[in-house]
Write a protein that binds this ligand. Structure first.
Ligand code: BG6
Length: 516
């Protein structure tokens, strides 16, 4: 994991440079890295695409993206101009071998010009079907050869099931060494997600209680209020389980459950995460319904606006059986976590965009206080708020002021923006810098992607084999289908309404949750 070093001279080759990902994520991230002084002087973005664009048109197009999507807002023209001098467009046909031999020549010319052997990053901002062919053409042009300075970056989805992920890993592995492959899961670049490591392993306070003796259950909610937007074509073939659970939610689960790494070494951290994935208890195919619930949104209201049902979204089949909501109950079969249920849920068109990890502690083992004092007794709860606010909240009981003994819960809040007074970098800023520094800690290793697919395969297979007749089964703007409530209620729990929605407070300090 990086500390303070800066990247060496780098050429950042983006395949799919005219696409959405480059516009919304990659370029704002690179520009912010530039503003923060992270980019080396000898740095070039070479956008490769079939669009008919000159360099100046390419730059203008990207500037519009930065103006709209950068966390810093509109680019200031002087800074933008200095950054834009590093951007070039290479119009090329990705189907042709010659494109890659020409690319190789361009890169060698750059080395000569810069009088160095620059790092070469090949970023595949492309649909999944193009990953293997492009990787093959890069290898044909020998652009994979130099292990120390050539890297390939691949976006999710990494395969669409276990066997395709294996095949993809094999193909990439035949051409690139694992140390050259960066598989992106952008959740790992989020500041609070990384802070889980700092929080868990930089403090002594929490480790002794971070286990089955003190933790009752854990909930992970990643909710979105948007629908499938313009991605129906991809999403209708993926669904929530593939799109979110296999990647982002399982990664969060790993960070909550993993054992303490010996060091911040990338292999060490990833080994510990893979251990968690291997320890997840396989879900029996004949009892999937007791462990997993799927949903698809119908029409409804989001923030006062009427929205249509999933089956009416662009590029979605009108009889689609794709799930837009998934809730799963997992158990992690280790000494630490035996018997602790982990409830994961995610969905589109839920009431808000909010992601939280809630660690629910057990009730006290012996009740010292008489019943009359306990009107408002709640077990401790630790919330790791991931978005939209990034922070950590801890609920504990106190004595309500007054002549009699009355217990009352309070919540102690810490929010990044309040304490550090700077905006956190976007996940892509962190990840792109890590690629340039060749730090793989926040990227998924090949075996990790396969282990994650293995975890969800039983659910995926059963869901794909049955045509769910009650879809749509939740209204847009609600927390998913009723079956999700039943799933968690069978263990005597209920879903926790994300804290920030409940109390609306986003400032640091301690507040009373309620009064006796
Ligand atoms: C992507 C999914 O990986 O993550 C999208 O493909 C989803 O469907 C997105 O909307 C959510 O990311 P974030 O950072 O907005 O929570």
């Amino acid at each position: 994991m990086k500390t303070t070093t800066h990247p060496d001279p780098t050429v950042f080759v983006i395949f799919g440079a005219a696409g959405d990902l480059t516009l919304r994520k990659l370029m704002p991230a690179l520009y912010n890295l530039f503003l923060d002084g992270w980019l080396p002087d000898r740095f070039e973005v070479l956008g490769v695409g079939h669009g008919d664009m000159r360099d100046d048109e390419f730059r203008k197009h990207l500037q519009e993206g930065v103006n709209e999507f950068s966390r810093r807002g509109k680019a200031e023209s002087k800074s933008w101009d200095s950054f834009a001098a590093h951007l070039r467009f290479y119009r090329a046909d990705l189907e042709k071998k010659k494109t890659f031999t020409d690319l190789s020549r361009k890169l060698s010319a750059k080395d000569k010009n810069w009088k160095t052997q620059a790092n070469r990053i090949f970023y595949l901002a492309l649909p999944p079907r193009m990953i293997e062919p492009i990787a093959l053409r890069l290898a044909d042009a020998k652009l994979n050869r130099d292990r120390k300075r050539s890297s390939i970056v691949v976006e999710k989805p990494f395969g669409r099931d276990l066997s395709s992920a294996r095949k993809l890993n094999q193909t990439l592995g035949n051409m690139f060494h694992e140390s050259q492959i960066f598989r992106i899961d952008h959740y790992l670049g989020k500041e609070t997600v990384q802070n889980l490591l700092a929080f868990r392993f930089g403090n002594t306070l929490f480790e002794p209680v971070w286990n089955r003796r003190y933790i009752d259950h854990v909930q992970i909610t990643v909710a979105e209020n948007v629908g499938v937007e313009h991605r129906g074509h991809y999403y209708d073939k993926a669904g929530a389980l593939r799109d979110m659970v296999q990647s982002h939610l399982l990664q969060l689960l790993c960070l909550v459950c993993m054992e303490a790494p010996v060091s911040l070494n990338d292999e060490e951290i990833r080994n510990k995460k893979v251990d968690v994935l291997h320890a997840i208890r396989p879900i029996p195919s004949d009892r999937i319904h007791q462990f997993a619930v799927s949903g698809q949104y119908g029409a409804g209201w989001i923030e006062g606006e009427e929205v249509s049902q999933y089956r009416e979204e662009p590029e979605v089949a009108s009889d689609s059986f794709t799930e837009t909501f998934a809730a799963v109950r997992f158990f992690v079969d280790t000494w630490r976590w035996q018997g602790v249920p982990f409830y994961l849920r995610t969905g589109k068109r839920l009431p808000a965009k909010v992601s939280e990890v809630s660690i629910q502690f057990r009730t006290v083992p012996h009740q010292t206080f008489p019943p009359a004092t306990l009107l408002d007794l709640h077990p401790n709860r630790l919330i790791i708020a991931i978005q939209p606010e990034e922070g950590i909240l801890l609920r504990f009981e106190t004595k309500y002021p007054g002549g009699t003994m009355q217990l009352s819960p309070v919540t102690m809040r810490f929010f990044y923006h309040e304490v550090f007074k700077i905006s956190s970098p976007d996940a892509y800023e962190t990840l792109l810098l890590d690629v340039m520094l060749r730090d793989r800690t926040l990227f998924m290793r090949g075996d990790e992607t396969e282990a994650a697919w293995s975890v969800i395969m039983p659910i995926l297979e059963v869901w794909e084999s049955m045509k769910i007749t009650d879809f749509p089964n939740y209204r847009a703007g609600t927390w998913g289908p009723e079956e999700a409530d039943v799933l968690i209620a069978q263990d005597g729990f209920s879903w926790i309404v994300p804290t920030l929605l409940r109390c609306g407070e986003t400032s640091c300090g301690v507040t009373a949750e309620s009064r006796p």
